[in-house]
Write a protein that binds this ligand. Structure first.
Ligand code: ZN
Length: 382
């Protein structure tokens, strides 16, 4: 029993050391064995053993030696980006879309299916698997697939791999990760759509340099993500960042919300809420404002002020370095709304927090591509 235990802890250490080496090569490669040893504190012999295995499995490759002078030149090692694949899936209320990408983010195959086809949890799983299976036929070897990332509109527990609630997808307390990992030999990672954006943008994206930040997305609905010391904060119910339900409308503007409360930001400031309250599409509202329609301009002013009020409260509470704005409302009406928010910040946020950087993310990767990135990052995570 003791021997078994000793063996298993040695195996854990071996796996952990390999992960450290992979992490350094991914984030700092091309890098020589000697530099990996310096960065990880592992011995030269351990690095030689680990990199030998990774080379054999085609996970890393050797580059051309760039050293000068006499003696043996260090050979740089890097991830075999073009030969490793991940699958990214976006599950929305409207559709499931999947892509097969290499680690350079080149799309090698894509598949999608309309939501009209799924009516219960079994349907959702069935169509999800049919998309994954179709994508896998495009991979030269299943061993090259390193993970599946899934971005879902709904409440998700990413650690347990459970979809806690997605009304539109008919999933409730559904162990999606487990169900899929029973079928496939590679790891499955799931998260909600906004957290996926925040994770990707915090690693190599618009939020890369910031340790503490907020992401606010306004589309049909409103979502948010909170990153504290580079870690996603998810909350007790995995519902942190529900910015759509902070109270920003009062008096006669405090309309009832589907959450059971009233006056929530989403009731009027989400695209769904706005179109419902003002009985006009966002596209037509913008067209009317361009023609000088004062009623709709006032409507957008009210919405901009509400978003600004809500955001200022969040800034006061979280003291972020950066706030990332994204989503179709900003794509359509950002030129009008973002200056209103900035103006609010000048007066509503205490002077010590006024240097917070407000950034609008205009060019997002598509959600399926970000989901694939989620799987890729998981492979190199410590
Ligand atoms: Zn609400």
């Amino acid at each position: 029993m003791l021997i078994l235990k000793a063996k298993s802890s040695a195996q854990v250490m071996k796996a952990y050391n390999q992960q450290r080496v992979l992490n350094v090569i991914y984030y700092e490669g091309p890098i020589s064995r000697i530099d990996i040893a310096a960065k990880t504190g592992l011995t030269q012999q351990t690095i030689t053993n680990i990199t030998g295995r990774l080379l054999e499995e085609n996970i890393i490759i050797e580059g051309k030696s760039t050293g000068s002078g006499a003696g043996r030149k260090p050979i740089p090692l890097e991830i075999n980006h073009s030969q490793l694949y991940a699958i990214g899936i976006e599950i929305t209320v409207q559709s499931i879309r999947g892509i097969l990408v290499d680690f350079n983010h080149n799309i090698l195959a894509e598949q999608s299916i309309d939501a009209a086809n799924y009516n219960n949890a079994d349907d959702t799983l069935h169509y999800l698997q049919s998309i994954i299976d179709a994508l896998l036929t495009n991979a030269s070897s299943l061993q090259l697939i390193k993970g599946i990332g899934i971005s879902i509109q709904g409440v998700v527990d990413p650690l347990a791999g459970i979809v806690i609630n997605s009304h539109a997808l008919h999933l409730k307390d559904y162990p999606l990760k487990e169900k899929l990992e029973q079928h496939y030999s590679f790891p499955v990672h799931i998260d909600n759509d906004i957290n996926t954006i925040a994770i990707v943008e915090n690693s190599g994206g618009a939020l890369d340099s910031s340790q503490n930040n907020l992401t606010l997305s306004i589309d049909e609905g409103i979502g948010g993500a909170i990153v504290i010391n580079k870690e996603l904060y998810t909350g007790y119910h995995h519902r942190a960042g529900e910015f759509g339900h902070i109270k920003t409308f009062f008096g006669k503007d405090a309309l009832p919300c589907h959450c059971g409360s009233a006056g929530c930001l989403t009731t009027m400031a989400s695209i769904g809420g706005l179109e419902n309250v003002f009985s006009i599409s966002i596209d037509n509202m913008i067209k009317e404002i361009m023609k000088g329609n004062q009623r709709y301009e006032n409507a957008l002013l009210k919405i901009g002020n509400a978003i600004g009020d809500g955001l200022c409260n969040l800034i006061i509470f979280f003291d972020p370095e950066k706030v990332l704005l994204t989503g179709r409302l900003f794509d359509m009406a950002g030129d009008f709304i973002i200056p209103i928010i900035k103006e609010k910040m000048k007066t509503s946020v205490p002077h010590f927090s006024r240097d917070v950087i407000l950034e609008y993310l205009s060019k997002r990767q598509e959600q399926a591509s970000m989901a694939a990135e989620l799987a890729i990052q998981e492979m190199f995570k410590l």
